[in-house]
Design a protein around this ligand. Structure first.
Ligand code: NAD
Length: 509
């Protein structure tokens, strides 16, 4: 099914964008060389002046200066900014969500869900502000106390991707602020307006609670502006979300100056479906994970590894559901698959499908472009391709809705196949066999940072740590103890005795 693609013109969307920015309190951006396009029509919403290198340096300087006072504000007081931000996000959830739809092309439910995720991480960070615990260990020396304390780290540079234009910022910023850090944010050049709106809300939150608004800085532009931030020795932590290619450029540069990097890079997520699986439940989980967000999530399901005995009925169910998916204008109710971000993304999808078919892949359904009145907008039907083997194209992340199906007979071989890709973000198993489920979660099971049972690969909750292994970069953000990445640890030994015993019983007299 295809939804009407005619509903909006770029001129309507441009007006709507300006109205949303106004409602969110953001000033119209200064126009310039950065063209902001909506994937809904492919037309231009606004132009924006990118930051100059000198402006990047000045933003880092302001953040570094603000850090000196911010680090000594008690953490529960720092949380006041985050609490106020959560209130503002709640008030403006619909408007910010719509802006996400306009800039990133997400359907309304997912865009509002992304804002909800921001509110959730703010709540988490507020509680965390009273739980930045250090340990106290027994000292081997009498009259001594041995402990660890956690301190603010410094300026955190946040580089974010287009497909989660606001949630990833909030994951980083809510935690960094309660941890006592200041933030310089370089959003994706594809989504600078949502970034402007978030920055405005945070500035307002800081002003409302009497905090220094300089704790947050926004810079705009592409990779070269990101590189300026990456190379700045005043930036203690670079938290970078994006493609493996970007991580390969960023990581060595940060390492060369002994900075810290937190990398959240591409995934190539797989699900194993075993003979005992509830196939109806599996099919529903698979369709949301593979086709949701038009396949443009880092956790999108890209590889299905299904037991040969159930491959037929499962793929029939998935293909039937795929044929029912409404592809179209993400502003319309009932649409489940919005547009790809741009032409490059569509070209990548087409190229991958050609390569897969050249490798012997059978296109079971989808893959075609849905024509509409906007030649620069790229709507596609999610593709399901049955592959004879896990060839090179399957081992790559193509950031579009292609689900490759592979079959297996032996469970060990299925796990081996699952892990035989360079990325290691998210994974799932659909089974009613507890041995298989536990094996998948165990040390010789999935090698990913996220491993699920009877649920798809996407749609993580903020309470768990989020991130992946191998080329996904090893970073962890969001819940549990991810906050430790945003702080530095000191080990303290306090001698409250009148003697000076040395560790390991060493005598130095
Ligand atoms: P991208 O790599 O093209 O860009 C991501 C960000 O990096 C942008 O802000 C970009 O300007 C910046 N950048 C690019 N080159 C840079 C450089 N040399 N130095 C500094 N910054 C640079 O990614 P994208 O197309 O925006 O997003 C899609 C990719 O992001 C996919 O691979 C997806 O899997 C990944 N992603 C990962 C996660 C995660 O948490 N693991 C989350 C979202 C997206």
């Amino acid at each position: 099914m295809t939804s009407a693609l005619t509903a909006d013109t770029t001129a309507d969307l441009r007006l709507r964008t300006a109205a949303l920015l106004h409602a969110l309190g953001a000033k119209s951006p200064e126009s310039g060389a950065l063209s902001v396009r909506t994937p809904i029509t492919g037309g231009e919403l606004a132009t924006l002046r990118p930051s100059t290198p000198a402006e990047v340096d000045a933003a880092v300087e302001r953040a570094a200066t603000a850090f000196h006072a911010w680090r000594t504000v008690p953490a529960p007081q720092r949380a006041a900014v985050v609490r106020r931000l959560a209130q503002l996000l709640t008030e403006h959830q619909a408007e910010l969500g719509e802006l996400v739809t306009l800039e990133a092309g997400k359907i309304g439910a997912e865009a509002r869900g992304e804002v909800q995720e921001m509110i959730d991480i703010c709540e988490f960070a507020i509680g965390l502000s009273r739980q930045l615990y250090g340990l106290t260990m027994p000292s081997e020396r009498p009259g001594h106390r041995l402990m660890e304390t956690w301190h603010p780290l410094g300026v955190v540079g946040v580089i974010s991707a287009f497909n989660f234009p606001v949630a990833v910022w909030a994951w980083n910023t809510a935690l960094a602020l309660v941890c006592g850090d200041t933030v310089v944010w370089k959003p994706s050049e594809a989504t600078p307006l949502t970034a402007l709106a978030c920055h405005t809300l945070l500035q307002r939150a800081a002003a409302d609670v009497g905090a220094d608004p300089q704790v947050h800085q926004l810079i705009q532009g592409g990779g070269e502006i990101g590189e300026r931030l990456v190379d700045d020795p005043r930036v203690a932590l670079v938290s970078a979300t994006g493609s493996v290619r970007m991580g390969q450029l960023v990581a060595p540069r940060v390492a060369a100056r002994f900075g810290r990097a937190l990398l959240e890079l591409g995934g190539n997520n797989g699900a194993v479906v075993t003979p005992s699986a509830d196939l109806d439940l599996a099919a529903r989980g698979i369709v949301f994970a593979a086709a949701g967000t038009a396949g443009q999530r880092c956790t999108t399901l890209r590889r299905l590894i299904v037991h040969a005995d159930v491959a037929g009925p499962l793929l029939d169910r998935v293909a039937a559901a795929y044929r029912q998916l409404r592809v179209g204008n993400p502003l319309e109710e009932g649409v489940l698959v919005g547009p790809l971000i741009n032409e490059r993304s569509y070209a990548g999808m087409r190229d991958a499908l050609e390569r897969a078919q050249a490798d012997g892949g059978e296109l079971l359904c989808g893959g075609e472009r849905v024509a509409g009145p906007h030649p620069d907008a790229y709507y596609v039907r999610p593709a399901l391709v049955r592959m004879p083997a896990q060839t090179a194209v399957v081992r790559e992340e193509t950031f579009a809705p292609i689900l490759y199906a592979l079959t297996y007979r032996d469970f060990d071989a299925a796990i081996e196949l699952h892990n035989a890709v360079p990325q290691g973000l998210s994974s799932a198993i659909f089974t009613r066999n507890q041995r298989e489920a536990e094996r998948f979660l165990g040390p010789d099971g999935s090698d990913c940072g996220i491993a699920n049972v009877n649920i798809g690969t996407s749609g993580a909750e903020i309470g768990g740590a989020f991130g992946g292994e191998k080329q996904t970069g090893g970073g962890r953000e969001s819940g549990t103890d991810s906050w430790k990445s945003y702080m530095r640890r000191a080990t303290n030994t306090v001698n409250y005795s009148t003697e000076l015993p040395l560790a390991q019983g060493i005598r130095f007299e």
